[in-house]
Ligand binder design. Structure first.
Ligand code: ADP
Length: 626
């Protein structure tokens, strides 16, 4: 029977393992599915967010683009208006100093293939000044002779002569209008001569010549200086000037003059389309004005700055992150950036958003998805754990039932067979001698009490298992209860009064408890003390009161219990040493029931034991709130 019980135990263990494997498998699949769905959802959400951001960016970029185009068109229109309302020189001056362009070719109103400014030097006969009257011719002649005097004095290194001749020239206002044979403004050339001969020229004369010449060169309403002469003079004076790094440039238009001249030299056909395009000069962009009366030139770096300033000035959430770039700028290009080409208005230019979005929405959604999937997987695992523990509990219960049936059957067999044998023997005795009958009846009564003790334990166990075990507390004479239990036990068991001593302190107060249940406690403890000791036994029952309450102990000098088993012996069906225990009857239910009853009385039970020396079971029952 026991073998078959242990065999069943192995089957149960295998089954529990199989249950665990099945449950684990059942958990893995849904968990994997949940995680897969979550990752899919996160990816889709990120894509959707990116798309929304992309669309929003496109809208904002479009706003920036149209704003840029608008500002650009009005810039060009302003230049057109200047050309229409001012002289070519003045229009040039106003445009380049006012930031309208970095260079400008003003075309002749009636003939857009001819340059009005900055053109080639005009010949003397092309100019409208000075008037070709006698007075003008006289001035030219006079100036020529004064120039000869000045040149001679310079050659002689005659400071006084130079001072005198220069002063005479500078003091004569009529010379202001003289133009030489090549169309150049004569006085400006003489003033340069004075500046170039700084060593022989008196300081006052030099300063006066410098101030008059620079002022005239910056005066674009004075139209007797052709552009080529102006450029030449500007560069010469700049070279001579001792203050090249002055914060205010001597000639604010010099760069534009040079740029425009270089453009005309390299693009004699004056080809320029109606949209911004690269010019013949490296790093310079060109665009024909809407009226067609001019070509504006822009250096690339100033163009970038202009666009950047415009964008920064815009009331647009993306303004700080947008760069306006030439499309070939690949150095800082990231594939994730959002871009927009500027199209017709600025072919070859594009807008680009730099820096990543701080995508908090997507991040928080991702967090929610992750939390949800972790929670779901956690829930699945919890449910599986609960299922596993339920299944295991059922398996354990089934195992317990099997164990009980096996053990109880085994334990029942012995007294039932003994009783049968005794009764049969008696019946076969025809004489039925009274002394023999009495002896047999005593034996039958002992077996019968063992049987009923066993049945009581089985029934108690069954009630505990079904949580039907209840106690009814009432005032008890605990001393009487102990003595009664001892008397019952000595009567049932094969032990003499000498083997069992009872020591009860005199001051034991009445105790509230369940008489029947406490009787079972004592009978079970006494039964064990008897079962696990060899005759002649030394069993001692004691009762006393300490600070905690009532203390009842049952001790023996029997086989003892290993310390490792102290905690386990109170478990149902646990039998400490199979070899030792099996020689004694029992099915491992007694101490479990004892502990349960003590617990119901809010008490505790402890064991002290040593192998081969003996055991003491001590029950503490609280006396408070009795
Ligand atoms: P049973 O006595 O029916 O086997 P119990 O639950 O009463 O079951 O006891 C469990 C086990 O504890 C016993 O099998 C035995 O190994 C051990 N035990 C209990 N009481 C004693 C004792 N007085 N001396 C030695 N071992 C004991």
């Amino acid at each position: 029977m026991l073998d078959s019980f242990f065999g069943k135990g192995r089957v149960q263990t295998d089954r529990s393992r199989a249950v665990f494997v099945l449950i684990a498998l059942a958990g893995v699949l849904p968990s994997a599915l949940v995680l897969w769905f979550a990752s899919l959802a996160i990816r889709n959400e990120q894509l959707a967010t990116a798309q929304i951001a992309e669309e929003a960016h496109q809208v904002l970029l479009n706003q920036i683009k149209s704003d840029l185009v608008q500002r650009w068109n009005s810039l060009l229109e302003e230049t057109d208006q200047r050309i229409a309302s001012l002289s070519p020189e003045a229009a040039f001056y106003e445009t380049v100093t006012g930031g309208g362009a970095d260079g400008l070719i003003v075309l002749t109103a009636g003939d857009t293939h001819r340059v009005a400014y900055p053109g080639l030097p005009r010949r003397a006969d092309e100019t409208n000044s000075p008037p070709a009257d006698n007075k003008g011719k006289d001035s030219n002649t006079q100036l020529a002779s004064q120039l000869a005097v000045l040149t001679a004095a310079i050659q002689r290194n005659d400071g006084d002569g130079v001072g005198h001749a220069a002063q005479t020239i500078l003091d004569n206002p009529t010379f202001e209008l003289c133009v030489d044979r090549n169309g150049r403004h004569a006085l400006s050339s003489i003033e340069l001569l004075i500046l170039e001969n700084r060593d022989v020229v008196p300081d006052a004369i030099h300063a006066s010549a410098f101030s008059r010449l620079t002022k005239r060169l910056n005066n674009y309403r004075f139209d007797l200086i052709p552009a080529s002469q102006r450029r030449f003079l500007m560069s010469r004076i700049s070279a001579l000037s001792s203050q090249p790094s002055s914060p205010a440039p001597l000639f604010p238009t010099m760069f534009a003059e040079n740029l425009s001249a270089q453009f005309m030299e390299t693009n004699q056909e004056l080809n320029a389309g109606p949209y911004l395009s690269r010019s013949t000069i490296e790093g310079v962009w060109q665009q024909r004005l809407p009226s067609g009366h001019g070509i504006a030139l822009f250096t690339e770096h100033r163009l970038r700055k202009r666009y950047a300033d415009w964008v920064a000035d815009m009331d647009n959430p993306l303004a700080t992150r947008v760069r306006v770039e030439v499309a070939s700028d690949n150095s800082t290009h990231h594939s994730a950036d959002t871009e927009m080409v500027l199209g017709n208005a600025f072919p070859g230019w594009r807008l680009r958003i730099v820096g990543a979005d701080a995508d908090t929405r997507s991040a928080s959604l991702k967090g929610i998805y992750v939390a949800l999937s972790v929670a779901t997987v956690g829930l699945i695992l919890l449910i599986l754990l609960a299922m596993a523990s339920m299944t295991l509990r059922r398996l354990a219960l089934a195992k317990q039932k099997n164990t009980m049936v096996a053990t109880v059957s085994h334990e029942l067999k012995t007294p039932v067979s003994s009783i049968k044998l005794l009764v049969d023997t008696l019946l076969q005795d025809p004489a039925l001698r009274p002394d023999r009958v009495r002896e047999y009846l005593i034996l039958i009564a002992r077996e019968n009490s063992r049987l009923s003790q066993l049945v009581e334990n089985v029934l108690s166990f069954s009630r505990i298992e079904r949580t039907k075990f209840r106690i009814e507390k009432q005032p008890l004479d605990i001393v009487g209860l102990i003595r009664e239990a001892v008397a019952t036990f000595t009567q049932q068991a094969e032990i003499s009064d000498r083997e069992l001593t009872v020591e009860i302190a005199p001051d034991i107060p009445p105790y509230r408890g369940d008489a029947w249940a406490l009787n079972r406690v004592l009978l079970n403890l006494l039964d064990n003390a008897c079962k696990f000791s060899d005759p002649p036994r030394k069993i001692r029952v004691s009762a006393q009161v300490d600070k905690q309450g009532l203390v009842i102990s049952v001790s023996d000098q029997g086989i003892g219990i290993r310390e490792a088993d102290f905690g386990k012996i109170f478990d149902q069906f646990y039998q400490a040493d199979q070899k030792l225990s099996r020689s004694n009857e029992g099915c491992g239910l007694g101490l479990g029931i004892v502990k349960h009853i003590v617990n119901l009385h809010e008490g505790t039970i402890e064991v002290n034991s040593e192998l081969g020396v003996g055991s003491t079971f001590t029950v503490h029952l609280p006396l408070g709130q009795q």
